[in-house]
Design a protein around this ligand. Structure first.
Ligand code: CU
Length: 174
């Protein structure tokens, strides 16, 4: 009887702690591939949504980002991320090769520093631009993780009630 109780309590606490652990686990960096479609009029995340400014791109600090830049007209373009905010490409800033055919050009880089940046095409900076936001790690866990946390708390609560009920029954017998 007491052995069974101890087992139930141990398993309940273990599941609860496990759920809490998942809920507070840091968000891991991810590989992110983002497609952009450009014309002299701007950028879009699909060929049908090209505009100026282009779409705001959001990634998390530490993400390994690949930009795949396509062109939807017959002009030469490229894509670069203006990390130092001087509105021109500098050595060390991510940049694709020239997009001069239907073959998309890509560049891969790590989003190391949180902040809001601007991306451009060097040839059409006035229209082909948009915001690139590198988000700092979130301080509030995502909703899915909260569900797990509440499940863990719920299991611990149920186990506590069962244990209390069994303990009371045992006391009556004694
Ligand atoms: Cu361009």
């Amino acid at each position: 009887m007491h052995l069974t109780l101890a087992r139930i309590l141990t398993v309940g606490l273990f599941i609860g702690l496990l759920a809490t652990g998942f809920a507070t686990a840091p968000v891991r960096a991810a590989d992110r591939t983002l497609h952009l479609y450009g014309t002299v009029s701007g950028w879009g995340d699909t060929p049908g949504t090209i505009g100026s400014p282009g779409p705001t791109l959001r990634v998390d600090v530490g993400d390994n980002v690949t930009i795949l830049a396509h062109r939807e007209d017959s002009f030469t373009h490229n894509w670069y991320l203006d990390l130092n905010g001087d509105a021109s490409w500098d050595a060390g800033e991510p940049r694709t090769d020239d997009i001069d055919s239907a073959v998309p050009r890509s560049v891969t880089f790590n989003a190391t520093t949180a902040g809001t940046y601007t991306y451009y095409c060097e040839y059409h900076q006035g229209t082909m631009r948009g915001q690139f936001i590198v988000q700092a790690p979130s301080t509030t866990p995502p909703a899915a993780d909260n569900t797990l946390l509440y499940a863990g708390i719920g299991i611990v609560a149920v186990v506590a009630v069962v244990v209390a009920a069994l303990a009371m029954r045992g006391r009556k017998k004694a």
